[in-house]
Write a protein that binds this ligand. Structure first.
Ligand SMILES: *[C@@H]1O[C@H](CO)[C@@H](O)[C@H](O)[C@H]1NC(C)=O
Ligand SMILES: *[C@@H]1O[C@H](CO)[C@@H](O)[C@H](O)[C@H]1NC(C)=O
Length: 334
């Protein structure tokens, strides 16, 4: 009988060497998932067991990093209860829009897409970028990290509400992006902001354990004025249902171009983080369509188009959109 204490830690190399690449070899009992960490190592997680003991967390377990064009490589760091630090820096400017951005399970403030999005966005647009580092809680067992989502989302949401109050800076000036478990966390942040944030961009929001009611208030349309979901590994590591105002399915949304068999989904689930930065340079034009098969058959060529990521955010699109991309940079097919 598998227990929580039997979490396996395997390197991808060791795993690949001992297992043939056949999907049947990977069939697991209900509720068990292989989940890769940010280094690509696989962990066998039993989502049937919710941990009953975990360390309490407070505002010090979350660190914000404010970047602007004036301090592109020298962020101002502060915790959610330290609005005074942001104010004292004099760098936050209410004439600019603000993007909050965060990582997923086992990630932290140095996760590559946080840095890449900050750099590509600030190169082109005058923004306040606030990266959210919850690396401590994110490095606990997956099922435990999930238990931290609601309290963390509330602390981040309260910070955003106090920022808005202090500067008389409307929530509609702010948006938030997150990957994987961070894609679920931002749903809770949006909820704590009473759905007033301009937009949420959820990059392949986490699926393992979220098929059940493990968490109240999973990411949905009520969490922001506009919720955009980008699906990269639907039904495996990524949430399969269309839960946003618009749902984008690059390469069908299940497996990304250039990822090989990708049985576990590691490649596809993480590739979306590299892909998003390019959206601030160029546009991922996408077509409204009923399915990827229809899209590939050319049935949707004359349908409405939309795009994901980038700035300004496309808040006009609604429904499901499809596109194909390259498997490596430049991802966007011209
Ligand atoms: C929260 O932060 C404290 C120090 O402020 C640390 O001791 C603790 O391990 C952190 N908890 C988690 C879950 O990261
Ligand atoms: C896309 O275009 C096809 C072919 O014209 C049409 O049947 C379909 O309803 C359209 N789908 C959407 C979602 O607009």
């Amino acid at each position: 009988m598998m227990k929580l204490s039997l979490f396996l830690l395997l390197s991808v190399v060791a795993f690949a060497a001992t297992k043939p690449a056949s999907p049947s070899e990977y069939d697991l009992e209900e509720g068990y998932f292989w989940i890769p960490d940010e280094q690509g190592r696989l962990h066998l997680v039993n989502t049937n067991i919710v941990p009953t003991f975990f360390e309490p967390i407070d505002s010090n377990n979350i660190t914000f990093a404010l970047f602007t064009r004036t301090n592109i490589d020298n962020p101002v760091y502060f915790h959610p209860h330290e609005l005074d630090v942001l104010i004292a820096s004099g760098l936050f400017d209410t004439s600019r829009p603000t993007l909050f951005n965060t990582h997923g399970w086992t990630g932290d403030g140095y996760s590559v897409h946080l840095i890449e999005v900050k750099d590509t966005l600030l190169a082109k647009h005058d923004f306040n970028v606030i990266n959210i580092d919850w690396g401590g809680p994110a490095s606990t067992f997956y099922t435990q990290a999930i238990q931290y989502i609601n309290p963390m989302g509330d602390m981040i949401g309260e910070f955003i509400n106090s920022l808005s109050d202090y500067y008389q800076y409307d929530h509609s000036q702010m948006g938030i992006m997150g990957h994987s478990l961070g894609g679920q966390l931002i749903g809770r942040v949006g909820y704590a902001c009473q759905g007033r944030l301009a937009y949420i961009i959820a990059l392949d929001p986490a699926y393992p354990a979220f098929s059940t009611d493990i968490l109240e208030n999973k990411l949905d349309k009520s969490d922001a004025q506009y919720v955009q979901v980008i699906h990269a590994n639907s039904g495996f590591l990524g949430y399969p249902d269309s839960i946003g105002h618009a749902d984008f399915h690059p390469n069908g949304g299940v497996k990304q171009t250039g990822c090989g068999p990708d049985i576990i989904g590691t490649c596809s689930h993480f590739l979306i983080k590299d892909m998003i930065a390019e959206s601030y340079v160029n546009t991922y034009l996408s077509w409204r369509c009923d399915s990827y098969a229809d899209f590939l058959a050319g049935l949707c060529e004359d349908n409405e188009t939309g795009y994901w990521g980038g700035w300004p955010v496309d808040t006009q699109s609604s429904g499901d959109y499809y596109l194909t991309t390259n498997g490596e940079p430049p991802f966007i097919i011209q």
